[in-house]
Design a protein. Structure first.
Lengths: 385, 319
């Protein structure tokens, strides 16, 4: 048990995610119980690295009174920090030239100068790696996992996933009704670059006809055949749910070829470099809808939920999870844990070393119960079983 | 050699032989690594950072089951990983993989991992360039320094340009000139042809699309035209619809260069989206993916304005 009074900083890596204020509240109230002080760093690490940008100061004192007043559905008082990496900060040097510089030493010095002895950071997959690097350089850090895709392997649930799932189900219900009304096939893309949890769970709940996820190879001939079998005069519509990171075995490379002149200007001009066909929001649904259209008589159309799932109010689960994760982060510090991520491994919240948390993607296992349920309900999972 | 007597070195991205669009004749283009702008349309992201840099071509990876060498020492802990699923190829944690050095990377048996850029001395580069000296003589060609931004490295660039002249090789440089004037002042005496960008004349748009204002670089160009009247200058613009393809900005560029008789042309380079794959190889995001190349009609219309300003008919325009 740590008995000394401590000054803890909190920050948020990335943009808004439902439940972030619950984390702030949970950590602040738990810290107050120990007599610790909590300060928030504005906009990721910017409040420490560029305090001059904040007339009211780069740090904000988060009192228990303030924490209790936080709106559960609002953005965090700590701000946001998309693509914030202290190891690669863009900077204009004294000669007016742009460069990316490593400001991690400045950051650690700022922590010291402010008398902050530990950081609680709400981060996604990339943020975990950045925090691991800072931890290796001496920062006492406890991370809280956030991911609407639920793809951080060391925890069963990341903050934000349940809210995104609820929203996605509601939207898929609407997409299904719209497809029914127009007698068409909706191909709806949801988030999931490497893991298909959101597509699989939401698609199953919304009774999709087919669900395509990154974990399974996709055979669009088989998907089209499945849709033909499902559609009839009485049921002249379809719903296909596509995770944005699916791979298509026959994905054709980009049509863009460099001109000889441009090729001569570029040492490596040579078109696409990877076989990974789908790497951007909106592309997966467009490609699948277009290719299914070539195989089916009924009209197909793409729709993209994508980043919409990141907004909105947190569900009851995310509010509880946020409070629990925030409080657990303080418990970790009180138990002298360092360089860990809090994780929900039912029935416990545990502390996982950051090195074990990074680089592991929580994908949908081929023999998972969720896949079995979907198949039992007659949902096509990509066509290749 | 530097003042201290040690060889002048720099980070060279590539030495490309038989180039025909980087100045007169057949040329060898030396690409230096490092740039002082961050143009959102950049098709050479591997040229931006001045140090050697890890790249990964997933197409060449033979997979973790067959190989998996990069998943263990001496590769940095956590730098590479795999994801369960049909794709067995390794993934890169770009935050941790930046610790990889050339020696470690060279252990990859399929060259899926490799480094962009190598440290070379000026003499090493010039020895390579000199191999095609006979082509330069017969075609009127020579060596072109490109980048990135070659002018960011005045000592290395000067050593290359001066060394090329000493070996009887014609020199050219491609530059956007976002560098202190003293850098250009040091290099330009050893340059025969200057190919320089005029990306956007509107200052606000220039900052939006390249990350910096164009105030200094326009001052540099003007000073260069006037300080080096015997040099040949060719202005160039990568033409990107919606960014810099409006007549007003083209005419502003012409108004800027035409008073200077040593600026002999203003070339339009149509934007092509061929750099996308390289962003993936470096673990970066390409922000301009939805932009399209300019239409033939647009190119012709703007070229006609340029031809008129240079007092020539379209048929006589340089190819």
């Amino acid at each position: 048990m740590n008995t000394k009074t401590r000054r803890i900083a909190m920050n948020v890596g990335g943009g808004y995610i439902p439940g972030m204020n619950a984390v702030v509240k949970g950590a602040t109230l738990a810290a107050a119980e120990l007599g610790w002080e909590v300060v928030g760093i504005r906009n990721g690490f910017a409040g420490l690295l560029e305090p001059g940008d904040y007339p009211e100061g780069g740090l904000i004192t988060v009192s228990p009174q303030l924490a209790e007043m936080l709106d559960p559905a609002a953005s965090s008082v700590l701000g946001q920090s998309p693509r914030d990496d202290p190891f690669h900060m863009r900077h204009v040097d004294e000669d007016g030239m742009l460069e990316e510089v490593d400001r991690s030493d400045d950051l650690l010095a700022a922590f010291k100068e402010q008398g902050i002895d530990a950081l609680v950071s709400l981060v996604g997959g990339q943020g975990l790696s950045v925090l691991y690097k800072l931890h290796r350089k001496g920062l006492n850090a406890v991370c809280i996992p956030r991911s609407v895709e639920n793809d951080i392997a060391a925890t069963m649930v990341s903050l934000g996933f349940n809210s995104a799932l609820s929203f996605t189900i509601e939207m898929l219900d609407r997409a299904r009704e719209a497809a029914r009304s127009s007698r068409q096939i909706a191909v709806v893309e949801v988030q999931g670059e490497q893991a298909g949890w959101l597509a699989l769970q939401a698609g199953t709940a919304a009774s999709a006809d087919a669900i395509l996820i990154p974990e399974l190879a996709v055979d669009l001939d088989a998907v089209a055949e499945h849709l033909r079998g499902k559609m009839s005069a009485e049921r002249p519509f379809g719903l296909v749910v596509v995770a944005e990171g699916i791979g298509l075995a026959d994905a054709s490379p980009s049509a863009d070829k460099p001109s000889p002149m441009q090729a001569s200007l570029s040492p490596l001009a040579g078109g696409e470099a990877t076989g990974h066909a789908i790497e951007r929001s909106g592309r997966a649904s467009k490609i699948v809808a277009n290719r299914l259209q070539l195989k089916l008589a009924e009209k197909t159309y793409p729709a993209v939920l994508g980043p919409w799932a990141r907004g909105g109010a947190p569900t009851a689960v995310d509010r509880q999870l946020g409070l629990g994760y925030g409080a657990a982060a303080i418990r970790a510090l009180n138990e002298d844990q360092d360089g860990v991520m809090v994780a929900f491994q039912p029935p416990d919240i545990v502390f996982v070393p950051l090195l074990e948390a990074i680089n592991k993607v929580r994908t949908v296992p081929a023999d998972s119960e969720m896949m079995l349920i979907a198949r039992t309900l007659g949902i096509c999972l990509g066509g290749v079983q | 050699m530097s003042a201290a007597g040690s060889p002048v070195t720099g980070t060279v991205l590539n030495i490309q032989r038989y180039c025909s669009h980087d100045g007169p004749g057949i040329r060898t283009t030396v690409f230096l690594k490092g740039c002082s702008l961050r143009c959102k349309w950049c098709s050479n992201p591997e040229s931006i950072h001045p140090k050697p840099e890890l790249a990964y071509d997933a197409r060449l990876c033979s997979g973790a089951k067959e190989c998996g060498l990069c998943l263990k020492a001496p590769f940095p802990e956590g730098a590479f990983f795999t994801v369960p699923g049909p794709d067995d190829k390794v993934r890169v944690n770009w935050d941790l993989a930046s610790d990889c050095d050339q020696e470690t990377v060279s252990l990859c048996p399929t060259d899926a991992l490799y480094m962009f850029g190598a440290t070379m001395s000026a003499d090493e580069v010039l020895d390579e360039v000199e191999k095609d000296a006979s082509f330069y003589r017969t075609s009127g060609g020579g060596m072109t320094l490109s980048g990135g931004e070659a002018a960011m490295f005045p000592d290395f660039a000067t050593a290359l340009l001066q060394g090329a002249h000493e070996r009887g090789i014609n020199t050219a440089i491609e530059t956007a000139a976002n560098v202190p004037w003293r850098f250009l002042e040091q290099m330009l005496p050893h340059v025969d042809t200057v190919l320089h960008d005029l990306k956007v004349m509107d200052a606000e748009r220039h900052k939006k699309w390249t990350g910096v204002s164009n105030k200094r670089l326009l001052e540099n160009f003007k000073k260069a035209y006037e300080t080096f009247p015997d040099k040949t200058f060719i202005a160039r613009r990568p033409l990107i619809p919606g960014v810099n393809d409006d007549e007003e900005d083209i005419r502003a560029a012409l108004a800027f260069i035409r008073p200077h008789k040593n600026v002999i042309d203003f070339e339009l380079l149509p934007y092509m989206r061929f750099g996308l794959g390289k962003y993936h190889m470096l673990g970066q995001i390409y922000e301009l993916e939805d932009f399209e190349p300019p239409t033939e009609e647009s190119m012709q219309r703007l070229q006609a304005i340029i031809d008129e300003a240079f007092g020539r008919s379209g048929e006589e325009a340089p190819s």
